[in-house]
Design a binder for this molecule. Structure first.
Ligand code: CA
Length: 222
């Protein structure tokens, strides 16, 4: 899962990026509204954290432009405390959720998890595919109850496929959602990670759909 943070306060921006990376997401960040708008307009994000008070272009305008252009990614806005009108304006502009500053990082993480889950059509915090269970809260994966150790890239790959199970996901889509902007992308890497993942979870769970990509099937019977 890949996220975008748009926040002009450098300390807060760094704290958000660090916490989200720590939680297993690929993260891009922008320090003003113009750069933030550009990234959200050109890169596919699974969710965005958007501050409202931004230089160059304010957060409400950024959000309105994205929505006018048909971008549907979940957006969590950061509002000033006690500014109820900001929340109303933000939600009317197309925000999916808000958190008032100052906030606890745990609240941001929980709300982002819920937004990402909901956008992929999952209501529960635990996502299940056959014998594999992914706890989105703890980022733990088990196969028939036994914990499986995954690297951060393997985890991102499995998490994306599980969120979007029963659908063919192309290599391009995976590349776009697993790596941040600065990552040196190599289309072969996806195949390598899929190969490694197949050794850690039942191998037939991830199906290769020739010429199209990969599909994680619920039943795991190939
Ligand atoms: Ca600000």
């Amino acid at each position: 899962m890949r996220l975008l943070v748009v926040e002009d306060d450098p300390d807060l921006n760094r704290q958000l990026v660090d916490a989200l990376k720590e939680a297993g997401y690929a993260v891009d960040s922008a320090a003003d509204g113009e750069e933030g708008h550009f990234l959200g307009d050109t890169e596919p994000y699974d969710a965005v954290i958007l501050d409202l008070g931004l230089p160059a272009l304010d957060g409400i305008s950024v959000l309105e432009r994205w929505r006018q252009d048909g971008h549907k990614m979940p957006v969590l806005i950061l509002t000033a405390r006690d500014r109820w009108s900001d929340k109303v304006q933000g939600i009317d502009a197309g925000a999916d959720d808000y958190v008032a500053k100052p906030f606890h990082m745990e609240e941001i993480l929980a709300r982002i998890r819920a937004l990402v889950r909901r956008a992929a059509g999952h209501a529960s915090a635990e996502i299940v595919a056959g014998p594999v269970r992914l706890d989105t809260k703890t980022s733990r994966v088990t196969v028939e109850g036994s914990p499986v150790k995954l690297t951060s890239h393997e985890f991102r790959l499995l998490s994306y496929l599980m969120h979007h199970q029963d659908r063919v996901v192309s290599r391009t889509e995976l590349t776009e959602h697993l790596y941040d902007q600065d990552f040196d992308r190599d289309s072969n890497t996806i195949e390598v990670f899929v190969g490694r993942l197949r050794k850690k979870i039942p191998g037939d769970l991830i199906e290769t759909v020739r010429g199209l990509g990969y599909r994680l099937t619920r039943v795991g019977d190939g």
